[in-house]
Design a protein around this ligand. Structure first.
Ligand code: FES
Length: 174
């Protein structure tokens, strides 16, 4: 296990040390974190999974380093330090490339609705921080709830896992 924190006291350090003993690798700087992560990802036993809990930048960096070390997405997991996105109004999503459309429920994410009708869409963090599910928008207004897209990028794409239609329908390049 790798824990990365600022120099000085760190939350849960004693608990982690008690749980992991000598297997706990503790680093405080970005360069040391990347080096330690590289070592762990290239020496982990076959079939291992990597789980990252932390801010968006850390999640993105870990995923990038893991992919560069030939880890597949199905073995890369993340939980971001951001609040769970709340529900919104229902709307219709038209998936132009696959010729499908789906009604998205008020308490359902667009990503889940797309998957429900059998259309493939990649995802990783499911919190709007990694960018994995970002998809081009062909028509309709978006209520953006992600923390990954820039204002310019928001002009024509959206994160399916957290963002929703601002109106009653959206057209997607899916
Ligand atoms: S799955 Fe990470 S931004 Fe949507």
């Amino acid at each position: 296990m790798l824990t990365v924190h600022r120099p000085g006291p760190a939350p849960h350090r004693d608990d982690l040390r008690a749980l992991c003993g000598d297997r706990l690798v503790e680093v405080t700087g970005r360069a040391d974190a990347h080096a330690a992560l590289g070592r762990l990802l290239t020496t982990a036993p076959f079939g291992s999974h990597v789980h990252t809990c932390g801010p968006a930048g850390l999640i993105t960096a870990v995923a990038r380093i893991a992919r560069a070390a030939h880890w597949i997405d199905a073995r890369i997991h993340a939980e971001a330090f951001v609040p769970e996105p709340g529900p919104g109004a229902g709307f219709r999503a038209v998936l132009h490339r696959s010729g499908r459309s789906v009604e998205v429920g008020a308490r359902e994410t667009l990503l889940d609705a797309v998957h429900r009708v059998g259309v493939a869409a990649p995802a990783m963090c499911r919190r709007g921080v990694c960018g994995e599910c970002v998809t081009p928008v062909l028509d309709g207004e978006v209520e953006h709830r992600d923390t990954v897209l820039t204002d310019d990028e928001r002009a024509d794409r959206m994160a399916l896992c957290v963002s929703r239609a601002a109106g009653t329908a959206l057209g997607l390049d899916l």
